[in-house]
Design a protein. Structure first.
Length: 191
C-alpha cells in the first residue's frame, strides 16, 4: 500500500461540503478526519466506543430520514467488525445512503495493528458481493472527483473505498459530551 493518498488531503476532497447532509462517522481516524474537515459541525455525528456500528447507524438514519442525504464515513477496521451491515444496506436499498470507507490497512482504534485489508481482504469486493451495485475504489488523486460524484448520488446506495497511506489522520479537538453531541445532531435532523 505504498504511494497511497494522504488522508489529510484526500478525505476533505472526496467528502466536500456536508451542508444539507447527515453524517455518521466510525471511530478513530474517520472521526478525527471529519472533525477537522467539518469543525465539529452539528450535522456530523462522530461515534466513540461503538466499533462496528457506523454503517448500521447510518442505514437506520437513512431509512428514518428518506428525504435527507446520509453519508457514513468509516474505516477498514471498523467496517471489518460488522461486514454484515453491507448486506442489510443492499437488501434495504436506501437511495439516500452513501458509505465512504477509508482504508489505511490498520486498526487505528486498537493499537495500529495491520487489518485484514493488509492481508488481501477487498472491502469494495465485499460490498459488491453483498449486493451494493454502485461501488468504486479510489487509489489516486485523479480518482477523487469521480469518487466524490459517486458519493453525492442519491439514486441508490453507494460504497466508495478510499485507500490511503498509514499516515496519521488530521487532529481536531472534539467534544466527548454525549448529551451535547446528541442534542446538536437532533437539532440538525430537525427533531
Amino acid at each position: 500500500m505504498d504511494n497511497l493518498l494522504d488522508r489529510k488531503d484526500a478525505v476533505p476532497a472526496i467528502v466536500g461540503d456536508i451542508t444539507g447532509k447527515l453524517v455518521i462517522t466510525g471511530l478513530a481516524g474517520p472521526a478525527q478526519d471529519m472533525a477537522a474537515h467539518t469543525d465539529n459541525a452539528d450535522n456530523c455525528f462522530m461515534l466513540g466506543g461503538a466499533m462496528g456500528a457506523a454503517v448500521s447507524m447510518g442505514l437506520g438514519l437513512a431509512l428514518a430520514q428518506p428525504e435527507r442525504k446520509v453519508l457514513v464515513v468509516t474505516g477498514d477496521g471498523e467496517l471489518l467488525m460488522n461486514m454484515g451491515a453491507l448486506a442489510v444496506v443492499a437488501a434495504m436499498q436506501p437511495r439516500n445512503l452513501s458509505i465512504l470507507c477509508i482504508d489505511n490497512a490498520h486498526y487505528g482504534e486498537t493499537g495500529y495493528q495491520p487489518s485484514h485489508t493488509a492481508l488481501g481482504t477487498d472491502l469494495e469486493g465485499v460490498a459488491k458481493a453483498s449486493g451494493i451495485a454502485t461501488t468504486m475504489t479510489v487509489t489516486a488523486q485523479e480518482d477523487i472527483a469521480s469518487g466524490k460524484a459517486l458519493l453525492d448520488r442519491d439514486d441508490a446506495p453507494v460504497f466508495v473505498l478510499l485507500r490511503v497511506s498509514k499516515a496519521a489522520s488530521a487532529r481536531q479537538p472534539r467534544s466527548w459530551d454525549a448529551v451535547d453531541r446528541k442534542n446538536a445532531f437532533m437539532r440538525a435532523i430537525g427533531a
